[in-house]
Design a protein around this ligand. Structure first.
Ligand SMILES: Nc1ncnc2c1ncn2[C@@H]1O[C@H](COP(=O)(O)OP(=O)(O)OP(=O)(O)O)[C@@H](O)[C@H]1O
Length: 553
């Protein structure tokens, strides 16, 4: 039902027209059976020109309306599937980063790959199901007109068949929901397999434990569920279909003994019931696919992604003007995890960024530096406190625009295969000049569309490419999260002594998260984090480390 609503939302007109064509197919089918019945029971005397022409016209009508209905719905289904995938991608991009981190990459991938595929297959079932529905309605109407009494008996059998089909179907839907949940686990294990290749290859014990305790049991559970669904469905469908043969047996062998029934009724019923077998059987085969599509659609809802109507704009328009200061005033963020009594809390943090100033954020592992970076850049929304740009508070409505102030290289950055719009016009030459400056010109080439000749590089070289992208973005604020960690000593020197001062000279505000205490003198200001709080602040003008009072949360 949810799937049909999805189709209806795309185009009510096309669905209505397709249903009309479906009903026309049913009426034409019923007409054809009536013709066949009339010819059979007349002993061949009705095989005149008019009957033949009528038969041919009905056949053409059935063919035309069937093709019309199928084409309309299949096109609509294809459009809906692609729109669903586009919409989902945009909804994911519009959903707060923290919420996506909590869901985990494996669940997002399972949705984008598996759920969308299940919805597609479910939607594919709707066109034939509607046509079959039309044929069933047409044939039933013909049978009701032919003999209301026999039709009442058929209805009893049909209801019995539907009930004995729907009861197990409820159980099948439960199994499908369970299977969908297990699939999330399966994707998590597949992610461990592909991302942990080195660790799994290097340690046989770990590999065996991973396969035996994680991947294989999940795959086995998934297999069992799928086998259960198909076994239950085979029994249910076969039983429901056999009821129709009981009915034909009753019709042919028992009914004539109980009440007078004409040969034409007997032949008509037998023909129609046999004719109905195919659409009924095919409908029943498709119902689990429809069910899986419905489960997938509901599962997409449980992710609680940003509303369908609120995708991020495809272009952010003009970049915001460089501000003269950005203030973080009492901002906080806490990671709440199930079963954890004391969540890690960052803040309240008070901090100011100014153009032409290099700010170092230092502190031990897990002290909250990256979390602070995500708050500064607007990737996390402060749970309390506020961020101000030139004294104006950043609201939910302008957070997307606020993020456009930053060019970043996080420690878990992603490198795209192309500069994605950053190498248009004269920027392409700029990009090539940066390649030389970053000592990558012998390794990587950039073509006219901005595609990189390769991203298969060493960790340090990949980081340099990420830095090149940040340069091309030309934003007012730069943030580097342990950028120099995998650079050789020579290039570390270039980064701290040349590149950072150049950015400063260009009037950029620069935030550097660093453990390189050899270069702490490059900073105009330095803040030290400990357990989520700024515990000390030092500036080049007053180089003594001044301890800040720890704020009680
Ligand atoms: N996605 C997350 N979900 C839950 N907790 C997290 C998450 N990311 C970080 N944390 C917790 O927040 C704390 C601070 O992490 P953060 O990454 O900000 O530290 P860091 O100072 O950047 O550390 P490092 O120097 O190791 O990169 C850590 O103790 C960690 O347990």
């Amino acid at each position: 039902m949810n799937l049909l609503i999805l189709l209806l939302r795309r185009s009510r007109g096309a669905v209505a027209l397709a249903v009309f064509f479906g009903l026309l197919t049913g009426a034409a089918s019923a007409g054809l059976i009536a013709h066949i019945n009339a010819v059979l029971t007349s002993g061949g005397t009705l095989a005149d020109r008019a009957t033949v022409l009528g038969f041919a016209a009905l056949g053409a009508l059935m063919l035309g309306s069937r093709i019309g209905s199928q084409l309309l719905l299949t096109r609509l289904q294809t459009r809906t599937t692609f729109a669903l995938r586009d919409q989902l991608s945009q909804r994911i991009l519009a959903t707060p980063l923290r919420q996506l981190e909590e869901l985990g990459n494996h669940r997002l991938l399972a949705t984008l790959i598996d759920d969308v595929q299940a919805v597609t297959q479910g939607l594919l079932c709707i066109p034939p199901l509607l046509i079959h529905g039309g044929i069933i309605v047409g044939c039933m109407t013909y049978l009701a007109i032919m003999s209301p009494m026999v039709f009442a008996a058929l209805l009893v059998f049909a209801m019995l068949g539907v009930a004995s089909y729907l009861l197990p179907m409820r159980h099948i839907m439960g199994l499908l929901r369970h299977s969908r949940q297990t699939n999330d686990r399966f994707f998590r294990d597949l992610r461990s397999l592909t991302q942990g290749l080195k660790e799994l290859k290097l340690h046989g014990g770990r590999r065996t434990a991973f396969l035996k305790q994680e991947l294989f049991p999940t795959a086995e559970a998934l297999k069992q569920l799928q086998v259960k669904v198909s076994t239950l469905h085979t029994f249910t469908t076969s039983w429901s279909m056999s009821l129709f043969f009981f009915f034909i047996g009753l019709l042919l062998f028992a009914l004539p003994g109980l009440t007078p029934v004409s040969t034409s009724t007997l032949v008509g019923y037998t023909l129609a019931v046999l004719y109905l077998q195919q659409p009924l059987e095919s409908s029943m085969t498709m119902l689990p696919m429809l069910g899986a599509g419905t489960v997938a659609l509901r599962h997409i809802d449980t992710l609680e992604l940003a509303a369908a109507g609120s995708p991020l704009p495809l272009s952010s328009g003009e970049p915001p003007a460089p501000p003269s200061r950005i203030d973080l005033a009492g901002v906080t963020h806490a990671y709440r995890r199930e079963g954890e009594d004391t969540p890690f809390t960052l803040g309240p943090i008070d901090l100011t960024l100014r153009p032409g100033e290099i700010l170092f954020v230092v502190g031990g592992n897990g002290s909250g530096k990256t979390t602070l970076a995500k708050l500064i850049t607007g990737l996390y929304t402060p749970e309390s406190g506020e961020i101000r740009v030139d004294g104006r508070s950043v609201t939910e409505g302008d957070r997307e625009r606020y993020r456009q102030l930053f060019a970043t290289v996080f420690s878990d950055f992603h490198l795209f295969d192309s500069l994605l719009g950053l190498a248009e016009g004269d920027k392409a030459d700029k990009a090539r000049a940066y390649l030389t400056r970053l000592q990558l010109d012998r390794k990587v080439r950039i073509n006219d569309t901005g595609a990189l000749s390769t991203t298969d590089l060493s960790a340090g070289q990949r980081k340099r490419l990420a830095l090149l992208t940040a340069y091309l973005e030309d934003r007012p604020v730069y943030l580097f999260d342990e950028w120099a960690a995998d650079q050789d000593p020579l290039f570390k020197e270039v980064f701290y002594r040349e590149l950072l001062p150049d950015l400063k000279a260009a009037g950029k505000a620069v935030v550097v998260i660093s453990h390189d205490n050899r270069y702490f003198d490059v900073a105009d200001r330095r803040v030290r984090l400990e357990s989520g709080a700024i515990v000390a602040e030092e500036s080049a003008a007053a180089p003594t480390l001044s301890a800040r009072p720890r704020s009680a949360l």
